[in-house]
Write a protein that binds this ligand. Structure first.
Ligand SMILES: [Fe+2]
Ligand SMILES: [Fe+2]
Length: 168
C-alpha cells in the first residue's frame, strides 16, 4: 500500500497503514539493537539498550495485539524513515574511533529512533481515539510510555557522564 496508489481512503485506512509502518520500524529496531549493545562501552548504556531490546519485543507483541483488536492482518509496510535513521546511525557509529565518543554517538542515534517512535505512537493514539478505539489507544499508550521513558533515560545518561567523558 503506497501513498500514491490511493489505497488510503479513510482515517481508518491511514491508521492501519501507520500501524503497519510502526510494526516494520519496531522489527528493524529489534534487529539493530544487538549491534548497539555490542558497541556500547558504558555499562549503564549497555544495560539500557539490553532492557530496551526486551521492551521492543513487547512493543511488537502489543502492535500485533492492536492489529487483532482492530480486525486486520498483522503486516509490515516499508518505512523509509526508520531505514534512514538506522542507516545514518550505522554510518556515523562506524566512523567514530574513540570509545567514549562512540557512546555519545550511540545515544544520539538511539534518541533519533525514540523520537521517531514517539511521534508515530502519538499520532496513532490520537487517531485510534477519533476512530472510537480507546481500547487500541490504551495498548499503544503503553508503548509510547516506554519510548518516552527510554528517551528520558538516554538524556540523563548523556548529560550526567557520557558527553562529559567524550569531551575530555
Ligand atoms: Fe518501540
Ligand atoms: Fe524505542
Amino acid at each position: 500500500m503506497g501513498f500514491f496508489s490511493k489505497d488510503i481512503k479513510s482515517l481508518d485506512d491511514l491508521f492501519v497503514h501507520t500501524l503497519r509502518d510502526i510494526y516494520y520500524a519496531e522489527m528493524e529496531i529489534k534487529k539493530a539493537l544487538p549491534d548497539m549493545i555490542d558497541k556500547a562501552t558504558n555499562p549503564e548504556l549497555r544495560k539500557g539498550f539490553e532492557l530496551h531490546l526486551k521492551q521492543t519485543e513487547g512493543h511488537i507483541d502489543r502492535v500485533e495485539e492492536v492489529f487483532e483488536m482492530h480486525g486486520v492482518k498483522a503486516k509490515a509496510v516499508n518505512c523509509p524513515a526508520i531505514d534512514g535513521i538506522l542507516e545514518e546511525a550505522k554510518e556515523v557509529v562506524g566512523e567514530v574511533d574513540d570509545k567514549q565518543v562512540l557512546d555519545s554517538a550511540l545515544i544520539a542515534a538511539a534518541q533519533a529512533v525514540e523520537h521517531y517512535e514517539i511521534t508515530r505512537y502519538g499520532t496513532l493514539i490520537e487517531w485510534a481515539k477519533q476512530l472510537g478505539r480507546d481500547d487500541c489507544a490504551a495498548v499503544l499508550k503503553q508503548n509510547l510510555d516506554e519510548e518516552k521513558a527510554t528517551d528520558k533515560k538516554l538524556t540523563v545518561l548523556a548529560e550526567s557522564k557520557i558527553n562529559l567523558q567524550a569531551a575530555e
